[in-house]
Design a protein. Structure first.
Length: 271
């Protein structure tokens, strides 16, 4: 095997696959890259053309070095009929499908041996993704290095020692961007409730979350708890709000409940 795969196939260019594709293109990972998607969006089609990436090439029969599965979990059975023809013994199958276990995927791609499951998230599109993955025993050191480069090109990446933890990653970082967007919506509504014009409330909420995230990014040695404390003056306005958010039935309890629901659904999708 070479230091970098000669052929890389992305199967599925929807929301998550498309986010990773945009991230790869932005960081120069286009050599040998092909996209397979039955109905690529006009944006993905235009982006691929501009980057010189093939989309749905006729008669795709070459066994790729890396096959990235970014299709919807519910469509695996239908897609596997064609993908099984190209996923061979030397192919690294890198799946980002929520819920689908390596055993589940291998049963549908029987010639393949090396499998990695990764759960990324959509900020990968802007190089700020958060992902973790698990590799089976057949994945070589070179294939691990390929995985790390593909994932770290679009954000942070950690290895897991237990495949079962993938569902937990799904519940936190995989689904997590939606939680943050929901927080922005809730903050904007709260701003309206205390008298702000809707457009002003939305801009303030959005900029506040963006700025807080940038602080977290720029100060990796400072814990989130310390950053929170830095904003909170004793008996001040922030302390009054946090007394509500940190109540026994407040934000912590609600987030645990939400993550549990996502974790449970990821397990259901494994069927």
């Amino acid at each position: 095997m070479s230091d970098w795969p000669k052929t890389l196939v992305l199967a599925g260019a929807g929301k998550m696959g498309g986010a990773m594709l945009r991230g790869w293109i932005a960081t120069g990972i286009t050599s040998g890259l092909t996209v397979i998607d039955p109905a690529p969006s006009p944006e993905i089609a235009a982006l691929s053309i501009s980057a010189g990436i093939g989309v749905n090439p006729e008669g795709q029969t070459i066994e790729p070095d890396v096959l990235v599965l970014a299709i919807k979990p519910q469509t695996l059975d239908a897609a596997a009929q064609d993908l099984a023809k190209i996923a061979g013994p030397q192919t690294l199958v890198l799946s980002i499908m929520a819920g689908k276990t390596i055993a589940n995927i291998k049963a549908r791609l029987p010639r393949a041996r090396a499998f990695v499951r990764v759960m990324p998230n959509t900020p990968a599109a802007v190089g700020r993704g958060a992902a973790a993955g698990f590799a089976n025993h057949a994945v070589s050191d070179v294939q691990r290095a390929w995985t790390e480069r593909l994932m770290r090109a679009v954000g942070m990446f950690d290895w897991l020692d237990d495949e079962a933890l993938i569902d937990a990653v799904t519940a936190i970082s995989g689904s997590g961007p939606a939680y943050i967007f929901a927080l922005v919506e809730a903050m904007a509504k709260a701003g309206e409730a205390v008298g702000l014009p809707p457009d002003v409330a939305t801009r303030l909420a959005r900029a506040t979350v963006e700025g807080a995230g940038e602080l977290l990014y720029r100060e990796p040695a400072v814990t989130a708890a310390k950053l929170r404390e830095n904003v909170t003056s004793p008996a001040g306005t922030t302390a009054a709000a946090l007394a509500v958010l940190k109540a026994p039935d407040g934000l912590d309890a609600l987030m645990i409940k939400a993550a549990a629901a996502a974790h449970r659904r990821a397990g259901e999708l494994a069927g």
